[in-house]
Design a protein around this ligand. Structure first.
Ligand code: SF4
Length: 128
């Protein structure tokens, strides 16, 4: 298989190729470009899911387990309920499904563990 640099198509018959050594052959025909392996970093970047989390405070028992497991993601406030955090900001107004916070890089496992251990079963994880 030969790659035509003019028409940008693969050419598989010699009849379409000008005689080798001619100016036309040098100008229009070249070997097929080498296949580039997909770089793992690009692959991961493109397929990296974005994790978000929110809490249904109506079901929260206030035991604080989530904050213990993932303090960068959850915070327990004076009202006895847990809320999600976005950086240093605690998303309590509004709360519930209207307060969806992105999970910080490296906190995905702790967030999942918090949801699994949550006695209120009220931690919801969304993945784009
Ligand atoms: S683990 Fe669940 S029930 Fe316990 S404080 Fe966190 S959100 Fe509320």
């Amino acid at each position: 298989m030969i790659w035509c640099t003019t028409c940008k198509k693969a050419v598989d018959t010699l009849a379409t190729i000008p005689p080798s050594g001619t100016a036309a052959a040098k100008r229009t025909v070249s070997p097929a470009p080498p296949k580039q392996p997909m770089r793992p970093a690009v692959f991961q970047e493109r397929n990296s899911p974005t994790m978000k989390v929110w809490i249904d405070q109506d079901l929260c028992t206030g035991d604080g387990l989530c904050e213990e497991i993932a303090p960068d993601v959850f915070a327990l406030l004076d009202d006895g309920l847990a809320y999600v955090k976005e950086g240093d900001k605690i998303l309590s107004e509004p709360a519930g499904a209207e307060a969806v916070a992105p999970v910080p890089a490296g906190q995905e496992e702790a967030t999942i563990e918090s949801a699994e251990e949550c006695p209120g079963e009220c931690i919801y994880i969304e993945v784009d």
